[in-house]
Design a protein around this ligand. Structure first.
Ligand code: ADP
Ligand code: MG
Length: 240
């Protein structure tokens, strides 16, 4: 059974249909990269998975279960999300950002949460910054804390919404490196990113979304070398 399945998903804001009959499936350990122009519906697509946005038509299944029928807290325990602008709590340390969900959602004791936070901050290479506040961290460190926070919940699926777009160019590599390690460890990932080096070397599938529709989807090398659609060729050509 697929880990994630979109079945004719549609979503409108007012008169504007932002997702039109989007269908695709992701197996466990797949790494899917989504690309597309600004406003094409990439963030909306990701946000529908953990119901930060509710869909209007179709259905989304996580491990066979309709996400619409799931308790939101349970759903968000299974699906971690990393945001372009980090979304860290400014008044909490790096460690405090990671422990919050562990104590509040998973119900761990402070001590268990601290230990688990330590472990995940180490895993993404920011253990030395555990007591720092977000304002004291570089963009790359902030994003790695964001990833640690999501991972510490032990999700089945990780969503990344342009995780490196807000970073200075010299900091992009450290975040992509963490994502690459995660993929190597078998994490199932759905990532919106225009880092095509990452897509080519890590993604199992590349999806080109335009005007809320999947124009083309397949192995990255095929979309780059032999796309079925001129639009895919044009768009990918602009990125590389
Ligand atoms: P992308 O991430 O590909 O840039 P989005 O999913 O953010 O695209 O947005 C797709 C379209 O939906 C855009 O036209 C955007 O203006 C619109 N949109 C996104 N979120 C909202 C919202 N909360 N209310 C109204 N329109 C929205
Ligand atoms: Mg977006």
């Amino acid at each position: 059974m697929s880990l994630l399945r979109f079945e004719d998903v549609s979503k409108s804001y007012g008169d504007e249909e932002v997702l039109h009959d989007v269908s695709f499936e992701l197996d466990a350990r797949d790494v899917e990269v989504i690309v597309g122009p600004s406003g094409s519906g990439k963030s909306t697509l990701l946000r529908c998975v953990n119901r930060l946005t509710e869909i209007d038509g179709g259905a989304i299944y996580l491990d066979g279960e309709d996400v619409h029928a799931m308790d939101e807290n349970v759903l968000r325990r299974h699906v971690g999300m990393v945001f372009q602008d980090f979304n860290l709590f400014a008044h909490r340390t790096a460690r405090g950002n990671v422990t919050l969900g562990l104590t509040e959602v998973l119900g761990l004791s402070e001590r268990e949460a601290d230990e688990r936070a330590e472990q995940y901050l180490r895993r993404v290479g920011v253990a030395d910054q555990a007591e720092s506040y977000p304002a004291e961290l570089s963009g790359g460190q902030k994003q790695r804390v964001g990833i640690a926070r999501a991972l510490a919940m032990d999700p089945d699926l990780m969503l990344f919404d342009e995780p490196t777009s807000a970073l200075d160019p010299e900091l992009v590599g450290e975040v992509l490196g963490v994502m690459r390690d995660l993929a190597d460890d078998g994490m199932t990932m759905l990532a919106v990113t225009h880092e095509m080096g990452f897509a080519r070397s890590v993604a199992s599938r590349l999806t080109f979304l335009e005007d809320g529709r999947i124009v083309e989807r397949g192995p990255p090398e095929r979309l780059f070398e032999q796309p079925d659609h001129d639009r895919t060729r044009e768009f990918l050509g602009e990125l590389t």
